[in-house]
Structure formats: structure tokens, C-alpha cells
Write a protein that binds this ligand. Structure first.
Ligand SMILES: *Cc1c(COP(=O)(O)O)cnc(C)c1O
Length: 396
């Protein structure tokens, strides 16, 4: 029944499990273990675990299970496994699937820690990774091989907001039998149709829009029942990256409001991007919802025209101008989360992507003047006024 609900209903009621007290709001089961009625019941539970039969919180917990079921309903995935952070989700999704001798093709525009997993970790265990420009289908075609076991990409890249064609990359990957793993954070679960478009595995950092209020770390991996229960769960439950019940509860409450929040933030992001599209203090205004975005047609078909909650502004005058801009802002905070109720400004070249050599930054479009701007829930007119005065200040 809950499968036929529309998203806003799924987000409020999906996955609810009530205790014997019939509470309205979901309970936090802060328990690491569960009591068995008898030695026989304990034995039976270790033999065959059903969905409601919990053994140990690293394997599963009622509050965590509510979160998993609710996000799986929203994404249209058969199943989900919640993780301690977005990176536990990314590393678990890939490592559980791969073994020495396998080949992976990955887009090269990646969140710093994702790049670390693909560049530094997998190679140590004998997995070969080929990096491609994710927007260039010819490069995907050329890199895929019969022994390619998985492809990995961020459907909207950080911080230059390139959009990768999920359906087209999935079609190529499936020709060689590779599993398509998509990090979908910037596209958001609200606008995603990634599973329907061909992704086999979808990964979120729940720290971002799912919490949306900057409180907890969390992550989730979504996919087929076979993959989640057969491949991912055994790996995650034995390696320890499970989500805490308290964080699961915070994220469950986040899901209740995510549709309202993300749509409001995306609407403000579009207004801000339009207001600064041709500003003389900017070299570029990057926002996937603008008709001038390089993959505008793909944003229409893949995301229903929704450009997400983040925009990037390339400020004329390089690092000094970008720093003057950041220091002049009065409403957005300088930090590095995104998807938060509070608008957040980030200077990728000196923070999130500091580690990259200059030529790699240049190749990824991470210029010294680039500022990533995660649009929060403040009034958009207030944000536009604040950005306007900060851009004036940037010009020194
Ligand atoms: C934040 C982020 C992650 C990592 O998530 P954590 O919850 O911080 O571990 C992975 N991928 C993308 C695209 C992100 O933005």
C-alpha cells in the first residue's frame, strides 16, 4: 500500500514501526541488543533473521530500519542499508562488490574523500580504476572493458555542478555487465529518479539534505534486495559502519520535511542564480537550473528541470577577491557542509579540494575565484541583498 503513496505521504508515514505504547512520533531505540524469550528463540534468530527480528545494533535496529524503509520508499529502491556516514556508504557500496583483479571506471570530478577511495584505497587491494570525464560518453565507452565490475560517478559533480547522464552511462555499463553505483547527493533524493534511469546502486550522504539541519553524520546505500542483503549487508555488518539509532531518528525526522525544504532551497537557488547570471563581478555563474548550463537539456530530462540547492560563483580577481567576498557575507556562514537550512559558502580551492595539485584543480574547473554556495532556507531576497553587497566588497 505504501508503495502507491505519493512522496510527501511516504516521507511522513513510510516505514513507521510502533512499539507497544503506540507512540505518534517514531521512538529512538537506543539499545545495542535485544532480549530473547528463550535459548531456543535465540538459536532460531541466529539461524534465520526476518525483518523484525533484531539481534545486535550493528546488524539492525528498529529506528534504523524505519529510516531505511522510508528512504527506500522515496527512492523507489527494493531495499536500503543505513551507514554511519556518507563515506561509509560510498566505501561499503564499492568494497563489498569488488575483489582483486576487478576493473572500475569512475568519473574524475569527485568529492575529495570519494577520490581518495578510488585513487588510493582500491588500488592497494588490486582493483584497477580508470578515470574519465563523466560528461563525455565516448570516454566511458573507451574505458569500459569485459572485466569492468563497477562504474562510479556523482550524478551532479562537486563543486562545478556538471550533470552526468545516468541512463546513457548505465546503458553502456550494462553492456559489459558492470554495476552502476551513483553518488546522488547533489541531485538530492527529492529530485532523483536514478533507479528508474538505470542506476543499480544509489548512495547518499544523509549528512546533507536528509538531515538538512547540520546535526548528524549518516549515509545510506539503496539497491535491489539481492545486492543490499546479499552483498552489502554482510560486508557492512561485519566491518562496523552501521548507523547509530540516535542519528537514524534525526534523519527520519529530516525525511518528514525534506521535500518541502529541498524544493524551497532549489527555488531560492534558481532566483539567486538568475539574479547573478550576468553580474559584472563574476566570470561564471554555474547552476544546473539555468538555461545557460552546459547540460541544460539533460537537467530537464534527468531531474525534471530541477537544478538542486547548490550554485557556484566564479569571482573575478581570484583568491583575494573570493576571500573578500566570503568575509563580507553577513547571512551565509563560511563552512563546508551543504543542503543545510543555513546557507553555507565554501572556497573549494583552499578547503575541500586543497589537497589536489594545481593542474588537477584547473582541469576540474576549480579556479582560485570559485565559491560554492549552498542555498539554505533564509528569505531569498535577504540572500540576494547580502550577496550583492559582498560582491561589491569583493571588487575591493
Ligand atoms: C558529503 C559527501 C560525501 C561524504 O559524506 P559524509 O556524510 O561527509 O561522509 C560523499 N559524496 C558527496 C557528493 C558528498 O557531498
Amino acid at each position: 500500500m505504501s508503495e502507491t503513496w505519493n512522496n510527501r505521504t511516504k516521507l511522513v508515514h513510510g516505514g513507521t514501526r510502533r512499539s507497544q505504547y503506540n507512540e505518534v512520533s517514531e521512538a529512538i531505540f537506543l539499545t545495542q541488543g535485544f532480549v530473547y524469550d528463550s535459548a531456543e528463540q535465540a538459536e532460531a534468530r541466529f539461524l534465520e533473521t526476518g525483518p523484525d527480528e533484531f539481534i545486535y545494533a550493528r546488524y539492525g535496529n528498529p529506528t534504523v530500519a524505519m529510516f531505511e524503509e522510508r528512504i527506500a520508499l522515496l527512492e523507489g529502491a527494493e531495499d536500503a542499508f543505513a551507514t554511519a556516514s556518507g563515506m561509509a556508504a560510498v566505501s561499503g557500496a564499492l568494497t563489498s562488490l569488488l575483489k582483486a583483479g576487478d576493473h572500475v571506471v569512475s568519473a574524475k570530478a569527485l568529492f575529495g574523500s570519494c577520490l581518495y577511495i578510488l585513487e588510493n584505497v582500491l588500488s592497494r587491494y588490486g582493483v584497477e580504476v580508470t578515470f574519465v570525464d563523466g560528461t563525455d560518453l565516448d570516454q566511458w565507452r573507451a574505458a569500459l572493458r569485459p572485466d569492468t565490475k563497477a562504474v562510479f560517478f556523482e550524478s551532479m559533480s562537486n563543486p562545478t555542478l556538471e550533470v552526468i547522464d545516468i541512463a546513457a552511462v548505465a546503458a553502456l555499463a550494462h553492456e559489459v555487465g558492470a554495476t552502476v553505483v551513483v553518488d546522488n547527493v547533489f541531485s538530492t533524493p527529492v529530485f532523483s529518479k536514478a533507479i528508474a534511469q538505470g542506476a543499480d546502486v544509489v548512495v547518499y550522504s544523509a549528512t546533507k539534505h536528509i538531515d538538512g539541519q547540520g546535526r548528524v553524520l549518516g549515509g545510506v546505500v539503496l539497491g535491489s534486495k539481492d545486492y543490499i542483503r546479499g552483498t552489502l549487508e554482510p560486508y557492512m555488518k561485519h566491518t562496523g559502519g552501521s548507523l547509530s539509532p540516535f542519528n537514524a531518528w534525526t534523519l527520519l525526522k529530516g525525511l518528514e520535511t525534506i521535500d518541502l525544504r529541498v524544493r524551497a532551497q532549489a527555488q531560492s537557488a534558481l532566483l539567486i542564480a538568475q539574479a547573478f547570471a550576468d553580474h559584472p563581478a563574476l566570470d561564471r555563474t554555474i547552476y544546473p537550473g539555468l538555461s545557460t548550463h552546459a547540460q541544460h537539456a539533460l537537467v530537464q530530462s534527468q531531474l525534471g528541470g530541477n537544478g538542486g540547492t547548490v550554485l557556484s560563483l566564479d569571482i573575478k580577481g581570484g583568491k583575494a577577491a573570493a576571500f573578500r567576498f566570503l568575509n563580507a557575507l553577513t547571512i551565509p556562514v563560511i563552512s563546508n557542509n551543504l543542503g543545510d537550512a543555513k546557507s553555507i559558502a565554501t572556497h573549494p580551492a583552499t578547503t575541500t579540494h586543497q589537497r589536489l595539485p594545481d593542474d588537477q584543480k584547473a582541469a576540474l574547473g576549480i579556479t582560485p575565484g570559485l565559491v560554492r554556495f549552498s542555498v539554505g532556507l533564509e528569505d531569498s531576497a535577504d540572500l540576494i541583498a547580502d550577496l550583492t553587497q559582498a560582491l561589491a566588497a569583493a571588487q575591493g
